[in-house]
Write a protein that binds this ligand. Structure first.
Ligand code: GLY
Length: 394
């Protein structure tokens, strides 16, 4: 397989083009199995068609449109506006992932084409995200109590998660469009709460942090998807690396680039030699060492993004170090996980871990080892960043 980024990006483009008629208006959620490269959709797994993963395929369509200017990708992406409106009309299924859902769809459309309808939709989503903020506790609650029954509600009230860093760009974008200060205030407050409570002193991260819902006093860090409360879920670390680099870019605050650098340095010290993250960096040896290529692609895209941000701040030598690391990670994905040469593969990368605890509980290996649409989106973004693209949808 060629290691040239022009070729990799072309292979990805061809895969997206090949699979778009089959995927149609559906939104891939997870692959069918370790060696079964078909997509499953939220409606195949839950009784809902709305899920946090809904725009990662759309994001790939917009990337394909960005590099080719071919209308069919734009048209297919736009045909999802009915679905995006349904998300905004279904408050019980809305959560902090409005950021992912609308940055990679409506904001992408507006940034690439100036479509005013898309701008309106994205601003509605940003308002809904801002309205989730707890002004007394200074946090953006992740999930919505009542969306998955009583037991879930008890576990998640007052909980924030590190993934939220990638939802903040929607707020920062809304601020840049409208000049309404509260969008920025909420984004910065959530980032500061994350620094204070989720990032540990050694620059590894908790996945989650709980607040007392009556007093809003901080309780403790923990995990939802990682191996253990005191471990370090690799995708969580990746969300934070990309998220803080992006926040540095959108605010012009160098301090956030420093946070992203420290988080990335921690990964550089702890990642295995194959540069493909295990799903939790502190997984004990007796556990099955499932890999998570999505943690790999998000970290890699984040590393190259961070290098672009540091370059802007004039920190050339550190920028080069992270760019080199990001490129090595992308090439590791190319060598070990890339499916683009398989005509029957519907996604780009195998070996991704969505939710290992649930995989064990339900005996569904595909939740621990298969394709993931977010792994794919960030792979495409990372490859384009490695080629020098700087403008994306965040
Ligand atoms: N944001 C949920 C996940 O990364 O699995």
């Amino acid at each position: 397989m060629s290691n040239n980024f022009e070729t990799i990006s072309h292979d990805i483009f061809l895969s997206v083009e090949r699979n778009s008629p089959h995927i149609g208006l559906r939104n891939p959620m997870v692959g069918a199995g370790p060696a079964d490269y078909k997509w499953l959709y939220p409606e195949d797994i839950f009784s809902t068609e709305i899920f946090w993963t809904d725009s990662f395929w759309t994001g790939q369509l917009w990337l394909a449109y960005m590099v080719s200017g071919t209308s069919k990708f734009k048209n297919l992406a736009r045909m999802r506006y009915g679905h995006l409106n349904r998300i905004l009309d279904t408050p019980i299924l809305m959560n902090h992932d409005l950021g992912f859902q609308f940055s990679l769809s409506a904001v992408a459309d507006y940034k690439l084409t100036g479509n005013k309808e898309a701008r309106t939709l994205a601003l509605r989503a940003a308002e809904a995200l801002r309205n989730r903020f707890n002004w007394n506790g200074n946090y953006l609650v992740a999930w919505t109590a009542g969306s998955e029954g009583k037991e879930h509600a008890e576990k998640i009230q007052g909980k924030i998660i590190i993934d939220c860093m990638e939802n903040l760009p929607l707020l920062m974008w809304a601020y840049s469009e409208t000049n309404i200060e509260s969008f920025k205030t909420v984004a910065i407050a959530q980032a500061e709460t994350t620094i204070k409570h989720i990032i540990r002193d050694d620059w590894s991260t908790y996945h989650s942090f709980d607040f007392d819902t009556t007093t809003n006093e901080p309780i403790r860090g923990g995990t939802y998807q990682g191996y253990a409360d005191e471990s370090c879920w690799s995708r969580g670390q990746a969300w934070a690396i990309h998220g803080f680099a992006q926040l540095a870019l959108m605010t012009g605050e160098e301090r956030y680039a420093e946070v992203s650098s420290k988080l990335l340095d921690w990964v550089i010290e702890h990642i295995t030699d194959d540069l493909l993250p295990v799903w939790d960096y502190r997984l004990p040896e007796h556990e099955i060492q499932y890999k998570d290529s999505s943690a790999g692609s998000i970290t890699a895209a984040g590393a190259v993004l961070l290098s672009q941000v540091l370059d802007k701040f004039g920190n050339k030598s550190t920028a080069e170090k992270y760019r080199t690391f990001g490129i090595k990670m992308l090439l590791a994905l190319r060598e070990q996980c890339d499916l683009t040469s398989d005509e029957n593969a519907q996604g780009l990368l195998n070996q991704a871990a969505s939710f290992v605890h649930v995989a064990k509980e339900l005996d569904k290996e595909n939740l621990a080892n298969s394709m993931l649409p977010y792994g794919d989106y960030y792979y495409y973004e990372g490859v384009l960043r490695a080629m020098g693209h700087k403008k994306f949808f965040w």
